[in-house]
Design a protein around this ligand. Structure first.
Ligand SMILES: [Fe+2]
Ligand SMILES: [Fe+2]
Length: 288
């Protein structure tokens, strides 16, 4: 048994990126109350609490603008979807290679669960690509800048964002312009105009925005915006289109949260199907 008092990595306190997703699963599937998961988290997985502390402290509005400038121009080269998945698979973590699934296997489990339930082909493709933006870690971004619940910056933090007390260490808390209900935004301006905290959702949306239908793009862009899609917060920034797309985001969420089993998908068997699927929606290479 490892001791919970072991020193955490000060920059990347999660054992691996999946530890954040395991936390989400516990938060929603097991129906833990807020006080239960907080307590569980502080004791059983202190790395998760530390990860959120860093995320809420460092994701300022200025940070988001700088990272969007750095990455949203898609200047990191061209890759096919398969190449991007293989690249993500080079992410080495501390998990057990015998029992844990690789990043590619996780993607296939999500897309295969969507396919089994008879959803349209574009949604199967969305399931496969939804976490490819985690390659930001391989570009050198810290865990707190790649995964974690996303939230609007430049306006008041809603208490529905997990661990809201950690925002006290965010320097934006001292900028009165950013601390009103609407902050720098107009009422019902639409989420497209809102600068969300930076991470893998926003990045994969940029890569995919010309290639998938609007429902898919909402699934990609807002799949970690739990305060909105699970808790109903920030409706005052939403427009009619956002509200019309919310059911799509909710339809996708169970596949993101719960499709991870321990049966390894057979890549060789599945590859022809996915070759056809990717050819239907994506050009031979995409800009990343
Ligand atoms: Fe994700
Ligand atoms: Fe995911």
């Amino acid at each position: 048994m490892s001791s919970p008092t072991l020193a955490l990595d000060p920059i990347n306190p999660l054992a691996d990126l999946d530890q954040w997703e395991d936390f989400l699963e516990g938060r929603y599937k097991e129906g833990k109350s807020e006080s239960e998961f907080r307590q569980y988290d502080a004791e059983a997985t202190p790395g998760v609490a530390e990860f959120y502390r860093l995320n809420h402290q460092h994701q300022t509005h200025a940070y988001v603008l700088a990272k969007e400038k750095q990455y949203f121009g898609l200047t990191r080269g061209a890759k096919s979807v398969w190449e991007a998945a293989e690249f993500l698979n080079t992410l080495v973590d501390d998990s057990d290679p015998d029992t844990d699934l690789t990043q590619l296997e996780h993607l296939l489990q999500t897309s295969e669960a969507i396919r089994r339930d008879g959803h349209p082909r574009w949604m199967v493709a969305t399931g496969f690509v939804h976490d490819l933006g985690k390659c930001l870690c391989l570009y050198g971004e810290p865990q707190w800048g790649v995964v974690g619940d996303t939230f609007p910056t430049g306006c008041a933090y809603d208490p529905a964002v997990v661990f809201p007390e950690y925002f006290q260490a965010n320097e934006d808390i001292h900028n009165p312009l950013y601390q009103t209900k609407y902050g720098i935004y107009e009422p019902n301006c639409g989420l497209d105009n809102v600068k969300m905290s930076f991470g893998h959702d926003g990045y994969i949306y940029q890569v995919m925005k010309d290639h998938l239908p609007m429902e898919a793009l909402y699934m990609l862009r807002y799949h970690s915006f739990y305060a909105w899609h699970r808790h109903g917060a920030y409706d005052h920034l939403c427009n009619a289109q956002d509200r019309a797309m919310l059911p799509a985001v909710l339809k996708f969420n169970p596949y993101d949260l719960y499709s991870k089993g321990h049966t390894k998908p057979n890549l060789a068997e599945l590859k022809p199907y996915y070759d056809d699927l990717f050819a239907e929606f994506f050009p031979a290479t995409l800009k990343w």
